[in-house]
Design a protein around this ligand. Sequence first.
Ligand SMILES: Cc1ncc(COP(=O)(O)O)c(C=O)c1O
Length: 400
Amino acid sequence: MKNNEFKDTSAIIDATEAAYVNVFKRQPVVLTRGKGCQVWDADGKEYVDFLAGIAVNILGHGDTGLARAIAAQAKNLIHVSNIYYTEPQAKLAKTLLEKSGFDKLFLCNSGAEAVEAAIKLARRHCQTRYKIVTAIHSFHGRTLATLTATGQEKYSAPYRPLPPGFSHVPFNDLTAMRDALTNGEVGAVLLEPIQGEGGINCPAPDYLPAVAKLCREKKVLLIFDEIQTGMGRTGKFFAHQVFGVQPDIAVLAKGLGGGVPIGAMLARGECAAAFKPGDHGSTFGGNPLACAAANYVLETLFEKNLIEKAAKTGIYFLKRLQKSAKQFKLEAVGIGLMLGLRLGVRYDGGQLVDKMREKGFLINCAGNNTLRFVPPLTVGKKEIDAMADALDTLLRTENN
Ligand SMILES: Cc1ncc(COP(=O)(O)O)c(C=O)c1O
C-alpha cells in the first residue's frame, strides 16, 4: 500500500484506535477510494457499497462533476462568515425553496444541527407550548436536545439530566398521538416519515395524513426529519410527498452535499418568521464550499432524473428482497432505495454484515435486527442482483 505515514492497514487501525475516543464500533477496513457504487480498501479489495456513508453519497463515489464543483469553489472562496452574502448560498436557498415549497430556510453542517434548528424554531414560535412529541425508535441526532428527542433510551440514558420538554409515543399509533396532544402543552410533533436507524419502519399509508390533520386541529407544528428519507431516497424528493403530507418544518442533511457536510432546516407559514436576528446562527453553516457541493448535487439529481431512477430501481430491489424474504421466511421492508430485510431471531444481523463484507458488499444492521440497504441513487440492477445472490447464499448457510 502506498502510504508514507503508516506501513499497512493494521497500523492505520491501531493509530486511529489509540487516538480516537471510544465511541465507534468500527469494521476492520481502511477505505481509500471509490467510484460509483464501488469502494476499495487499502489492500486493494473491492466492495459494492450499499450503505453509501449511511444514505449520504447519493451520487455515488468519485463523481468528477462534484469534485470539479468543489475544487472550483475552493479556489475562489471556501468560507466567509454569514455576516456576508455569497452567491452559492443564495443559489442553494432559492433552489431548495423552489423544489420544496417551503418559505424560509436555515443552513447548517449536519443532521443533528438541522433538527436542533427545527426544535429551536418550534420553541420560538410556540413559546409556552414548548413540549415536543416524538416517536419511540426514532433517531434525531447526538446533541443533547436531539438525543433527548430520539426515542431510544440507550442513546440518552448516560447523559441525564436531559433537557425537558420531550415525550415519546409509539410510531404508527394514532390513538397514542391523539392522547399525547390533549393537554395543550405540546407545540410540535417531530417524526421521521420512515424510521431509519430504528429499522426501516414504514407507517401505515393513512398514519402521517391523520397525524397532520390532528396537528392542524390542535394548532401543533408538524416537523418531519427527512435527513435519511429526503433527497430522492424514497423515490420522491421528500418522503412526505410519498404520503401526501406537507409538514410545517422539514430537515435535510446526509444526501444534500453528496458527502460534503451540510444540513438544512426548511419552514413554511407563520412559524417560518419566528426567528429574529441573533436567535440562532452558525459559523460554518451554509458556507460557499458546502453550498457549491449541494448546488451540484441538486442540479444532478434533477437533470439526471435520479429521483425517478431511485423509484424504479427501488421497486426492482424490493421485489428481489421479497424473493429472499419468501425463501427464508423473513420480511422485506421499505420504500424506494431505503430498504431493509428484517431478520427476526433466526439470524444474527451483525454476523451477516461481517460475512457480506468479506464477500465484498457493504451493508449494515439497523434497529430490530434489520439489514439496511441505502445505496447511492445510481445503483444498478446488476449490483443489486450480485448483492442479493451473495446474501441468499449466506442466509442458506447461516440459519441459527
Ligand atoms: C433521521 C435522522 N435524523 C438525524 C440524524 C443525525 O444526523 P447527523 O449524524 O448528520 O447529525 C440521522 C443520522 O443518522 C438520521 O438518520
